[in-house]
Design a protein around this ligand. Structure first.
Ligand SMILES: *[C@@H]1O[C@H](CO)[C@@H](O)[C@H](O)[C@H]1NC(C)=O
Ligand SMILES: *[C@@H]1O[C@H](CO)[C@@H](O)[C@H](O)[C@H]1NC(C)=O
Ligand SMILES: *[C@@H]1O[C@H](CO)[C@@H](O)[C@H](O)[C@H]1NC(C)=O
Ligand SMILES: *[C@@H]1O[C@H](CO)[C@@H](O)[C@H](O)[C@H]1NC(C)=O
Ligand SMILES: *[C@@H]1O[C@H](CO)[C@@H](O)[C@H](O)[C@H]1NC(C)=O
Ligand SMILES: *[C@@H]1O[C@H](CO)[C@@H](O)[C@H](O)[C@H]1NC(C)=O
Ligand SMILES: *[C@@H]1O[C@H](CO)[C@@H](O)[C@H](O)[C@H]1NC(C)=O
Length: 599
């Protein structure tokens, strides 16, 4: 099973024919959910370090993993076709950074606009000031000698976003004394300005986000402030205007994250929180768009007679939900770390997004349900972080769990493959920078540099014929191990219908009033769509490449079909041969009769 998955990751066929789609529509399989530990296959003996970010470093269309080791080194594990599937190939070692600083985050992205992936690092010194370093990427490796340093420090990790809508990621942070700053690094020239000229004191750790909150397909700004408030700054004609301010529902709160929780096409604000200091009583809240009301989508953390709760978290490992649609039902699920409030165990749990069955969540219609008996997750003791990752690029999200190990300074990485085989469908969407389309400078393939800000929405009819929407923002957060994937996996549930409409929008330049949005229709399920928004301000000329990811069942069906064809050919051959023989015999008999008659 595993091998054929790897094959499918290697060979994605550009769609040329409807035949395979037709086969897809014929498929019928039951849903089963099981996890399988594939750590050794993935990492060999290198299964330690803190997973810090994902991104396709060497433009081979496969997502690579950025790992921090000993808090002082970064190792980039490049995806490979042979086991171990992730090999440590590119290193940023201790001596490449000024001494005595700990690396706190890694954010890959194309900061200079040459369509090649660069790597931004943040480090923290003893006075907890954050410095920012950038290593420039070139020809699938890093120009180690030309490190770039931001010549001032920030109070916290920056948010990597696209402030000026040029599709080149910018660095948004706060300096001391508190003043927001936006740094543009286009063509490797630093230009830091206070373009967002507001004196806002951010919360540390912040969970600022760059995401569309009003469904106009232009990314807005969401800020978490020191006094526990949440501010939205909506992009109105290219400038950020202050929207509503919502106050915090609890004293101890975790990191905010944004997903379309209930499938209405709008992004919802999810917030894990504790009702007391020690996190004996935990809650997950949701705030729907332009609603100041917090709704509980999970408050029951009781497993028989054990009460579990969140781990309060600190600046290094804050309390955060990692979201992804593991069962492809179109509603995002979550992975979270919980601890036994009366004991010492700390484990990763899967929270499934399910229809609401309690009065508390009825206004949202959905809630989280904890999968208590997930033995593979339960087997990992002292878990500290859990996130989704599509290991074999087959469209099904797998899991990476980090745990503490006795006597080791680094965390252990565990990879769990999601053997979800169901008649469920997905579309994987990745929006590129569109800085160049075919002829890029230095002959680079414009593929895969992590792009913050694009927004994707679909509408389709579900298996019952109801219209369904879902939306997602690409790379809306970058700091404090938000661990977002550089693409979006949209689960379509069990409807094998074409995706009726898919809308993609990208950030706008200041002052630009027209939205940059394009619509594609009739997208084939189980495919990967790569959107190239080039040129940026002419959406009708944007292009998309569709790759079909043949699943196991498609391959099997194809083999079966070929088998049937061969079988029929053989039968036809045999019949043909028999007929020919019968013909020959008849001819001979006729000739014989002729001779006989002639006599
Ligand atoms: C990077 O580090 C890993 C392990 O830390 C090592 O196996 C690998 O050889 C290093 N690669 C380079 C290019 O130095
Ligand atoms: C890129 O690197 C490869 C080897 O990794 C080398 O053969 C090639 O010449 C390099 N190309 C450029 C333009 O430097
Ligand atoms: C940082 O460098 C830029 C130009 O490289 C310069 O204009 C600016 O004044 C410097 N800032 C500080 C705080 O040194
Ligand atoms: C920032 O705003 C203040 C007051 O709102 C104004 O005095 C100042 O000129 C602005 N700075 C810039 C660079 O726009
Ligand atoms: C989906 O979006 C469309 C267009 O924005 C809207 O008309 C429709 O009501 C939405 N459907 C649901 C179920 O939210
Ligand atoms: C939680 O901890 C208590 C006290 O150590 C223990 O009795 C209980 O079995 C633990 N619960 C689970 C599910 O492990
Ligand atoms: C609903 O909310 C109330 C008050 O916040 C809480 O006491 C109760 O346990 C919740 N019920 C459920 C089923 O979560």
């Amino acid at each position: 099973m595993l091998w054929s998955c790897t094959c499918s990751r290697m060979r994605m066929f550009t769609l040329k024919t409807f035949l395979i789609t037709f086969l897809l529509l014929l498929l019928e399989q039951r849903g089963i959910f099981a996890l399988q530990d594939v750590t050794v296959e993935l990492f060999g003996t290198n299964m330690y370090g803190t997973v810090a970010a994902f991104g396709d470093f060497n433009s081979d269309k496969q997502t690579d993993i950025f790992v921090i080791r000993e808090q002082s080194e970064v190792v980039i594990f490049l995806a490979d076709s042979k086991s171990p599937y992730f090999k440590p190939k590119v290193n940023i070692t201790k001596d490449m950074l000024p001494g005595d600083k700990t690396i706190t985050s890694v954010v890959p992205g194309d900061y200079d606009g040459d369509s090649q992936m660069d790597v931004l690092l943040t480090t923290q010194d003893k006075s907890s000031e954050t410095s920012v370093f950038i290593f420039w990427g070139n020809n699938h490796t890093l120009e180690i000698s030309k490190r770039y340093t931001l010549n001032f420090t920030l109070t916290d990790q920056p948010l990597v976003m696209d402030f000026n809508g040029d599709m080149i990621p910018d660095v948004f942070g706060v300096t001391t004394p508190p003043q927001t700053v936006v740094c543009y690094l286009t063509k490797r020239i630093q230009e830091c300005r206070n373009d967002f000229n507001k004196s806002i004191r951010m919360r540390t750790p912040h969970s600022n986000a760059f995401i569309d909150l009003d469904k106009d397909f232009t990314a807005d700004l969401f800020l978490t402030t020191e006094d526990g408030n949440f501010e939205t700054w909506l992009n109105k004609d290219g400038t950020f205007a202050k929207g509503e301010v919502v106050s915090s529902p609890a004293k101890t709160i975790g990191q905010s994250s944004f997903v379309d929780f209930d499938g209405d096409g709008y992004q919802d604000h999810l917030l894990p929180a504790c009702l007391d200091e020690a996190c004996q009583k935990s809650v997950i809240y949701i705030a729907k768009r332009s609603s100041e009301e917090w709704v509980e989508v999970l408050s029951d953390f009781k497993q028989r007679d054990t009460v579990w709760g969140f781990v309060p978290g600190d600046a290094i490992h804050p309390l955060v939900l990692h979201l992804g649609d593991y069962n492809l039902d179109g509603f995002p699920d979550a992975l979270v770390i919980l601890r036994n409030t009366s004991g010492s165990e700390q484990r990763a749990f899967l929270l499934e997004n399910a229809p609401c069955n309690a009065p508390n969540c009825s206004s949202v219609g959905r809630m989280f349900r904890i999968h208590w008996d997930q033995t593979d997750l339960g087997a990992i003791q002292k878990a500290v972080m859990a996130t989704f990752f599509d290991i074999y690029e087959d469209g099904i999200l797998d899991m990476l769990i980090l745990s503490e190990a006795e006597g080791k300074s680094d965390l252990m990485i565990h990879a769990l493959k999601n053997n979800f085989e169901a008649d469920a469908y997905f579309v994987k969407v990745m929006v590129l920078s569109g800085l160049c389309s075919n002829a890029c400078p230095d002959d680079v393939k414009p593929f895969g540099v992590n792009q913050p800000g694009p927004y994707v929405m679909y509408t389709t009819a579900d298996s019952n014929g109801y219209l369904k929407n879902a939306s997602a923002g690409q790379l809306s957060q970058s700091a404090h191990f938000s661990l977002q994937l550089p693409y979006t996996v949209l689960g379509l549930g069990r409807s094998a219908n074409f995706l009726d409409h898919l809308f993609v929008g990208i950030p706008r330049r200041p002052g630009e009033t027209e939205t940059r949005k394009h619509e594609w229709t009739a997208i084939i399920p189980n495919s990967q769509l790569i959107v190239i928004p080039f040129p940026h301000n002419t959406p009708r000329r944007w292009s998309a490449k569709l790759y079909l990811t043949p699943s196991n069942s498609v391959l099997l069906t194809a083999i079966a079909l070929i088998g049937v064809c061969v079988f029929i050919l053989v039968i036809i051959g045999i019949l043909h041969w028999k007929e020919k023989k019968a013909d020959d015999r008849e001819k001979r008999q006729e000739a014989h009769r002729f001779h006989f008659d002639a006599m």
